[in-house]
Design a protein around this ligand. Structure first.
Ligand SMILES: Nc1ncnc2c1ncn2[C@@H]1O[C@H](COP(=O)(O)OP(=O)(O)OP(=O)(O)O)[C@@H](O)[C@H]1O
Length: 271
């Protein structure tokens, strides 16, 4: 039977009078790319923020790799094994690319503060290993040649790759990508798609929020669709794109972007 990486259930979150999430649950198996889609304001980012410890949920159960975890703090969630990227890129802009990745790796290191202050032999060996691994990851995401460039000098697409490398540096059980294609041009999107597919083939598990419905439908094994905080559909891309509620959510309320409406309409027609 397939191994379950993430199982969350009954997640609700209210902001004042607004029910941002109502009883949302998903199960992701190892090696899957799981998509989370929905019109603007549907609750996708709130869901991400809850499972990664940024927002405290009003209710919900959380299990990672078969063990319960409590998403009470971001660093605890990272330690438990979920790494994420952000819709608005969050890099250390004055640090180099390789330093940004090394920061990600440090949550898995042993020597600690004493080792760092006294620069013990084991600390130096560990630093070398971290730097080597960071370089490998930069090569892996395709930006090895920019290792020593400051993060802020990289193109938008390359900064997103750098965020992915930093997330991979934590050796996560689950990597959560929040709109990785936002702001990318068509060529960058094709390259991103190849990278995400490669990460999956290397037996990683990915949760993806994405506005680009075409990208989601082409990449994901399963998809959940949120609308006004409710889970209106769950299934394979082929199943959800024929779901009446999904078509209505994107085409009916008039709150999807023109591009998403066109993509949902086109993906339905293509079947
Ligand atoms: N910190 C917050 N305080 C109050 N309301 C919030 C907060 N975060 C999100 N919301 C509200 O919760 C609802 C869901 O927002 P969320 O950002 O999760 O949607 P989304 O699906 O990610 O949207 P988008 O696609 O536009 O990023 C929205 O109505 C939003 O205004």
């Amino acid at each position: 039977m397939a191994e379950i990486v993430l199982r969350v259930a009954g997640i609700s979150k209210r902001f004042g009078g607004l029910q941002a999430l109502s009883d949302v649950g998903i199960t992701i198996e190892r090696g899957q790319i799981y998509g989370l889609i929905g019109p603007n304001g549907a609750g996708k980012t709130t869901f991400f923020n809850v499972i990664t410890g940024l927002y405290a949920p009003d209710s919900g159960t959380f299990e990672l790799g078969g063990k319960p975890y409590s998403p009470t703090a971001v660093h605890e969630v990272a330690r438990a094994g979920i790494a994420r990227t952000f819709q608005n890129i969050r890099l250390f802009s004055e640090m180099t690319a390789i330093e940004n990745v090394m920061v990600g790796r440090h949550i898995r290191t042993q020597s600690g503060l004493i080792g760092a202050i006294f620069r013990t032999g084991s600390f130096k060996a560990e630093e070398r290993a971290i730097a080597n691994r960071a370089r490998e990851l930069l090569d892996y995401v395709g930006i090895g040649k920019y290792a020593d460039y400051r993060a802020r000098t990289l193109s938008y697409g390359d900064q997103r790759r750098l965020e992915i490398a930093r997330a991979l540096a934590t050796d996560p059980q689950l990597i959560a990508l929040d709109e990785p294609a936002a702001g990318m041009n068509a060529t960058e999107k094709v390259q991103l798609r190849e990278l995400i597919d490669r990460i999956r083939r290397d037996n990683r598990t990915i949760l993806l929020i994405e506005h680009d419905v075409k990208l989601v439908m082409g990449l994901c094994n399963r998809v959940t669709v949120l609308d006004y905080g409710k889970q209106i559909a769950e299934g394979t891309p082929a199943e959800v794109q024929h779901n009446e509620k999904v078509i209505e959510a994107y085409l009916g309320h008039g709150h999807g972007t023109a591009a998403t409406k066109a993509a949902v309409a086109a993906s339905g027609e293509a079947q």
